[in-house]
Design a protein around this ligand. Structure first.
Ligand SMILES: Cc1cc2nc3c(=O)[nH]c(=O)nc-3n(C[C@H](O)[C@H](O)[C@H](O)COP(=O)(O)OP(=O)(O)OC[C@H]3O[C@@H](n4cnc5c(N)ncnc54)[C@H](O)[C@@H]3O)c2cc1C
Ligand code: SF4
Length: 351
C-alpha cells in the first residue's frame, strides 16, 4: 500500500479512464473516478464487435469494470466536470451541479466526439434517411435487428465513404482519425456476413491500415467477402424519387467522373476533440495540438504530462487511438503519474 496518500482524480470512465484508475488504484493510490454519464465504458459501451478480430465489445468492458471494482473505491457517475483550476499546487475539479473536489493530481481521460456529419451538407446526413454514420450502423449491428433501408426493405447496394470530416481542410480537420479505415473494413464485412447477396463499395482517398492484422483484414474483405474498394473522392450524394441515393465521385485512379446508385450510404465519421474537453483544458491553462486535442508538454518524451504541473492527459482526448492503444496509453500515464509523485516526495524530503 502506498503511504504517500496523494489523491488522484480521473475525469472520464471510458477505456482510458477505467484502465488508468484501476492501475493507479492497484498501486495503492486513492483514486476518484468521475464520469458524466450514468454508466462507465465511454464509446466502448456502444460498440458491437471490435476490429480487427471481431471480439465482442462487452468482453473488454467486463474486463475493465472487473478491474475497477477491485481497485477503485470511489466511482462517481453523473459527475459532469466543467472546469479544473489550480491554486498553491492543489487542483480543484468543478462539476456542472456546482459541487467541487480537490486533488493532488488530475488525469483527464474525457475522450473524443465524432465529427458532426451534418456539417458536410453535400452528403445529406440528416436530410436523406438512407444516409447514416458509422456509429449509427454500429448501433444497428449491436441491436441484432436485421439491417434495412429506411423503408424497411433489405439494402442490396451499400457504400461506405471514408474520411468524413477528417483530412479535410474545409471541415476544419487536417488530421487523420486513424480508426475509421479499419472500422470501414470491419463494418463492411459485418454487413456482408448478414447480407451475403449485398454489393458493398468503399470509397477512399488512401487506406491507412497501420495496426497488427489490419492489412490482412483488408485483403480478406476483398478476397473472401468480395467487397470492392474504389479510390475515389465522393463529391455529392442526392436522393432519387424512390428514396435510393445517387452518389457522384471521381475515380482518382482512372481520373474519370462516376455516378452510382445505392440503397444505403455509411459515412465513416472522424474523431474530433470534444467541446467540453476543450473548455476543461482552457480552464486548466493547457496547451492544444494543431488539431485542438489536449497537448503534452513533450510529445515524444512525456506524452501524458501537460504544461500544467500535476495535470496529466490520456486516451483520445490527446489524439485518435484504438482501444488497444488507449489502454497502453492509460498504463503509460499511470506510470508517469507515479514517477512524478515519487520525485515530488523525494524533493520534499530533501528540503
Ligand atoms: C464508429 C467507431 C467504431 C470504433 N470501433 C473500434 C473498434 O472496433 N476497435 C477499437 O479498438 N477501437 C474502436 N473505436 C475507437 C474507440 O472508440 C476509442 O479507442 C475509445 O473509445 C477511446 O477511449 P477513451 O477513454 O479515450 O474515450 P471515450 O470512449 O470517448 O471515453 C471518454 C469518457 O469520458 C467521459 N467524459 C467526457 N467528458 C467528461 C466530463 N466533462 N466529465 C466527466 N466525464 C466526461 C465520457 O462520458 C466517456 O465515458 C471506434 C471508434 C468509432 C468512432
Ligand atoms: S483512418 Fe482512413 S478514413 Fe479515417 S481519416 Fe484516416 S485515412 Fe481517412
Amino acid at each position: 500500500m502506498n503511504t504517500n496518500r496523494q489523491h488522484i482524480i480521473v475525469i472520464g470512465a471510458g477505456p482510458a479512464g477505467l484502465e488508468a484508475a484501476a492501475t493507479l488504484g492497484a498501486a495503492g493510490y486513492p483514486v476518484t473516478l468521475l464520469e458524466k454519464e450514468n454508466h462507465t465504458g465511454g464509446k466502448l459501451k456502444s460498440l458491437h464487435q471490435l476490429f480487427p478480430g471481431f471480439r465482442p465489445a462487452y468482453e473488454v468492458q467486463n474486463y475493465l469494470d472487473g478491474r475497477l471494482e477491485i481497485n477503485v473505491a470511489q466511482v462517481i457517475t453523473n459527475a459532469d466536470v466543467i472546469s479544473v483550476t489550480t491554486e498553491n499546487g492543489k487542483h480543484k475539479v468543478i462539476l456542472a451541479d456546482g459541487q467541487s473536489m480537490n486533488g493532488d493530481i488530475v488525469l483527464i481521460a474525457s475522450g473524443f466526439q465524432v465529427f458532426n456529419a451534418e456539417k458536410k451538407e453535400e452528403y445529406g446526413y440528416g436530410i436523406y434517411e438512407n444516409v447514416i454514420t458509422s456509429p449509427d450502423l454500429e448501433a444497428k449491428l449491436k441491436s441484432c435487428d436485421p439491417l434495412t433501408s429506411a423503408n424497411g426493405t433489405t439494402p442490396r447496394k451499400i457504400a461506405f465513404i471514408h474520411c468524413v470530416g477528417s483530412r479535410d481542410q474545409k471541415a476544419g480537420n487536417v488530421h487523420c482519425s486513424r480508426v475509421c479505415c479499419i472500422t470501414g473494413v470491419k463494418q463492411a464485412i459485418e454487413v456482408k456476413m448478414q447480407l451475403p447477396g449485398a454489393e458493398i463499395f468503399n470509397f477512399y482517398m488512401d487506406l491507412r491500415m497501420f495496426g497488427q492484422n489490419f492489412e490482412e483484414l483488408y485483403i480478406e474483405a476483398q478476397q473472401k467477402w468480395g467487397i470492392t474498394f474504389i479510390r475515389g473522392r465522393v463529391s455529392e450524394i442526392g436522393e432519387n424519387m424512390d428514396g435510393t441515393l445517387q452518389l457522384k465521385a471521381e475515380d482518382t485512379l482512372s481520373g474519370r467522373p462516376m455516378k452510382m446508385n445505392f440503397d444505403l450510404v455509411v459515412l465513416l465519421v472522424g474523431i474530433v476533440p470534444a467541446r467540453q474537453t476543450l473548455a476543461i483544458g482552457k480552464s486548466a491553462g493547457l496547451a492544444l495540438t494543431s488539431g485542438d486535442f489536449l497537448a503534452a508538454s513533450d510529445a515524444q518524451l512525456s506524452p501524458n504530462k501537460t504544461t500544467t504541473d500535476g495535470i496529466f492527459i490520456t486516451g483520445t482526448c490527446r489524439e485518435p487511438l484504438s482501444i488497444a492503444e488507449t489502454l497502453t496509453d492509460a498504463r503509460a500515464a499511470s506510470v508517469s503519474i507515479i514517477q512524478y509523485l515519487n520525485e515530488r516526495q523525494k524533493k520534499s524530503e530533501c528540503i
